[in-house]
Design a protein around this ligand. Structure first.
Ligand SMILES: Cc1cc2nc3c(=O)[nH]c(=O)nc-3n(C[C@H](O)[C@H](O)[C@H](O)COP(=O)(O)OP(=O)(O)OC[C@H]3O[C@@H](n4cnc5c(N)ncnc54)[C@H](O)[C@@H]3O)c2cc1C
Length: 457
């Protein structure tokens, strides 16, 4: 239990209303999309770098564990406080400090919502690459901490590929500045990219300098259907082996096809066993030439149908079907385990066929869809009861899936991170001596282990 003296000290550091200590006020800051919930000892809000520095210095001097929170949309318990932790919410630190199109950069505070930034950039005909599906709610700080990205990562990458520098406060209360404001730079160790994806265990991000890009003004969207899983994954491989990089390349398996058809009658033909959504972006003067080239490549591969969306409403209609999948899963079973594994795309066929075998063996319904261009598939295990979800059979099934992914040279998390939920599987992917090296690095940033304790590594 946090001593009342500490709460009083935080009230001295922060303005009125920036410290919550009543359980009713703190409750909403104790969960994320993993559905885990732990009541925070208290919740602090900060709106300046100075306040964050003062909070962390106090926590360091008094051995108080602290969990940083963006908007709590994470899937792995990353912002859920554990071990009598307090929560530091950055939702008030939400300013876009600068958009500098000449130098192709934007400087932002960590609590700015991804979509708010994208809208501001769009007004200047620019964008920031990372587009997680949660972009209406999640913060740039959370995106950076989890290295989160969405469909267009196949062409424009993740936060790690779209960041120039950052400022953060470490677990000792010291402030640090990393990276550059130029598109090239090679001085010192690359702490910027070490921080990206570190899930709040190395410091509290207080400012980020992001690499931004000019928007292409036209997109063209294709929907392709297939009578077998193999023809779909063969198509993905051939699309990734040619020079026009897709803007988005999404895969939908047979179960997902059935789900979409149950919502939108006859969206797919009866014999459809898999589908792909492909989008390209280009300047309007080039888009037709590019889509014609792609169409010629697609035609040569086995498929049932290639449909091209010609206008904005047709494009929206195609994406509506893909976006309906996550909510539709709930209709199949109230309980799910949602994994986000990734494999090299040349191993997609084996992965998807083996997932079907694992599903039959364990008699667990598994629905697969996701960002095929990155080999990043959302593997959804569906259950009717909480008991089934927590059964030995479900655990064995999950272990088998992770073992399969690692045999195929993949990773157990393409985008959601480790947090609390996946920690027990970490040693499957990273060997002990390497994990030890990572812990030694963490110690340099956070010697008293007060930052997001027991998460990630
Ligand atoms: C409907 C839905 C769709 C989603 N779609 C995607 C998707 O397409 N792609 C994807 O990758 N993820 C997706 N996610 C997961 C989630 O949205 C992302 O992980 C997101 O980046 C989290 O942002 P947040 O602001 O909610 O951070 P939080 O969940 O609050 O925190 C996430 C982690 O970041 C740390 N953190 C937050 N801010 C800071 C900071 N300033 N300094 C240091 N550490 C910090 C936290 O401690 C925690 O470990 C989705 C989630 C939902 C609910």
């Amino acid at each position: 239990m946090l001593n009342k003296k500490h709460i009083k000290s935080f009230q001295k550091i922060l303005p009125d209303g920036f410290v919550l200590s009543e359980p009713g006020d703190c409750w909403a800051y104790g969960y994320d999309n993993s559905k885990m919930h732990v009541m925070p000892e208290c919740v602090l809000f900060a709106e300046s770098k100075e306040q964050i520095k003062n909070i962390l210095t106090y926590c360091y001097n008094n051995d108080i564990p602290i969990t940083t929170r963006g908007r709590g949309t994470g899937n792995t318990g990353g912002s859920v406080p554990i071990e009598n932790s307090i929560v530091l919410s950055l939702e008030k630190m939400n300013k876009i400090i600068k958009i500098d199109t000449e130098n192709r950069l934007a400087v932002v505070q960590p609590g700015v919502i991804n979509k708010v930034l994208q809208d501001a950039l769009e007004r200047e005909n620019f964008f920031w690459g990372p587009d997680p599906s949660s972009q209406e709610y999640s913060t740039v700080g959370g995106n950076i901490a989890n290295n989160s990205a969405g469909p267009r990562a196949v062409k424009y990458g993740t936060p790690r590929d779209n960041i120039l520098g950052l400022e953060f406060v470490s677990g000792t209360g010291e402030t640090h500045k990393t990276g550059v404001k130029t598109s090239k730079g090679v001085v010192g160790l690359d702490l910027t990219r070490l921080f990206v994806g570190s899930e709040g265990i190395l410091g509290v991000l207080t400012e980020a300098t992001l690499k931004i890009l000019p928007l292409n003004n036209t997109v063209k969207t294709f929907e392709l259907t297939f009578s077998s899983l193999k023809s779909a994954s063969d198509m993905i491989i051939s699309l990734m082996s040619q020079p026009i990089t897709p803007y988005k390349l999404e895969f939908i398996d047979e179960q997902s096809v059935g789900l979409i058809n149950s919502i939108k009658k006859n969206h797919y033909e009866k014999n459809t066993k898999a589908a792909i959504l492909l989008e390209i972006d280009a300047d309007k003067d080039y888009i037709n030439a590019q889509s014609n080239k792609l169409y010629e490549i697609m035609k040569q591969k086995k498929h049932i149908k290639i449909q091209i969306a010609e206008n904005k409403s047709e494009v929206e209609e195609l994406w509506k079907a893909r976006k309906s999948l996550s909510p539709a899963l709930r209709a199949l079973g109230g309980y799910k385990i949602n994994e986000d594994i990734a494999v090299p795309i040349s191993n997609l066929t084996v992965l998807l066929e083996s997932l079907n075998e694992i599903s039959q063996k364990h008699e667990i319904r598994i629905v697969n869809f996701g960002h095929a261009g990155n080999g990043n598939i959302h593997v959804n295990l569906l259950f009717n009861t909480d008991e089934e979800k927590n059964s030995e059979n479900a655990k064995k099934c999950l272990e088998e899936i992770f073992d399969l992914v690692l045999t195929l040279e993949g990773t157990i998390s393409g985008e959601h991170g480790i947090g609390i939920i996946k920690k027990k599987f970490l040693e499957k992917e990273i060997k002990k001596s390497t994990l030890k090296l990572m812990s030694e690095i963490k110690k340099q940033f956070d010697p008293k282990k007060i930052l997001n304790p027991n998460k990630s590594i």
